[in-house]
Design a protein around this ligand. Structure first.
Ligand SMILES: [Zn+2]
Ligand SMILES: [Zn+2]
Length: 216
């Protein structure tokens, strides 16, 4: 499910961070961030934020249910072989043959002339990948996108995970409609704010009950 979110650092009474596209609600992204902080990054929050925010400026497709130890990149279709036939991606498409050193047959040329580039009778079927997917490395190379409280709602983000230097993760949620539900971000009470505090999670405390935090 495309539920957009932000992984961010607190900046004064605002935040700065990166976009996260899939499953950004607390039971998925919240839990994933909690587990990253405690497992892969072993309570080294600076290192975790360096990777999540500084090293991947275009943001994330998803880090949920992914394994950082497998490396980071967008699903690269040239990695791994086809699930249907066991051949690499390029063999499936005539237009990629020559650059991989395979000569085009008369049949291949005729097929391409007719607008058909599928060489093996089916499209490449990628193996399921479990590596973390960002928008800046691997197959995708998108531009930096800095997400703050000013543009987060405009690009459809519903949840923001803000890390403070004191080891606290504050989860913000966009509140629609009834303004009385608003709690000002970080206690600032800005009447224009689109974000309210869903919960405050000290990372050295007990793991939250994520299911109680859905916020709707
Ligand atoms: Zn195949
Ligand atoms: Zn990246």
């Amino acid at each position: 499910m495309s539920t957009r979110g932000v992984i961010a650092r607190q900046k004064g009474d605002s935040f700065e961070g990166r976009y996260h596209h899939w499953d950004s609600y607390p039971t998925a992204l919240g839990k994933a961030l909690w587990e990253l902080a405690h497992n892969q990054f072993r309570d080294n929050l600076d290192e975790m934020l360096r990777i999540l925010i500084d090293e991947h400026p275009a943001g994330w497709s998803t880090i949920v249910n992914k394994d950082f130890s497998l490396g980071v990149g967008f699903n690269n279709l040239d990695k791994g072989n086809c699930l249907t036939c066991g051949k690499p991606s390029w063999e499936h498409y005539y237009q990629e043959w020559e650059s991989h050193g395979k000569r085009l047959t008369p049949k291949a040329r005729q097929s391409m002339a007719n607008g058909n580039y599928v060489a093996l009778g089916h499209s490449f079927e990628a193996p399921h990948s479990t590596n973390v997917e960002c928008y800046c490395h691997g197959d995708r190379s998108e531009d930096e996108l800095l997400v703050t409280e000013k543009n987060a709602a405009d690009i459809g983000c519903e949840y923001v995970y803000v890390f403070s230097t004191n080891g606290v993760m504050t989860i913000l949620s966009s509140f629609n409609g009834d303004g009385s539900k608003m709690i000002g971000m970080f206690g600032m009470g800005n009447p224009e704010a689109k974000w309210g505090v869903l919960t405050v999670v000290p990372l050295d405390g007990p793991e939250p009950d994520w299911h109680s935090l859905q916020g709707w």
